[in-house]
Design a protein around this ligand. Sequence first.
Ligand SMILES: [Zn+2]
Length: 176
Amino acid sequence: MNTHPLKVLKYCPKCGSTAFNKSGDRSLKCAACGFHFFINSAAAVAALVTDESGKLMLVTRGVEPNYGKLDLPGGFIDPLESAEDAVKRELKEELGVEVKSLKYLGSAPNEYVFSAYTVFTLDMAFQVTADSLEHLKPMDDILDYKFYSEEELDYDDIPAPSIKGFVIDYFKKLKA
Ligand SMILES: [Zn+2]
């Protein structure tokens, strides 16, 4: 099944016309009302939180896609929100963590299928220093959290390639 938006979207979301046609590689245009819909990446953040010994926090996902698999804490950036504010909000929502400081590390693209529809994301990684790592509580869309050394981790348990890349880079730098 082709889940790409160009194949899935059949009607103009503005006027409902069926004359909603591919226009170039990444947009659809309505011949009836002129609405032009672009297929963009959704911006998301991922937080790298570590304990005193350099172990990295990974969380167990409590939502699809990849329910029960490992991930970094984080999520989609809300409309009109900064990436930094999204990191702070997500860590508070998911774990009750207050962010003391954060540093942008880099970004990586990702894609996944949700509701039989391919979603494109750009995941931005941040190194985060928390106010305190006591009294963490998994909430919202995560089931659990744990700090891992590289030896305790099976990279196959991290399905998102962007997230896996951030984790690999983290442990590579730690060893360098
Ligand atoms: Zn239309």
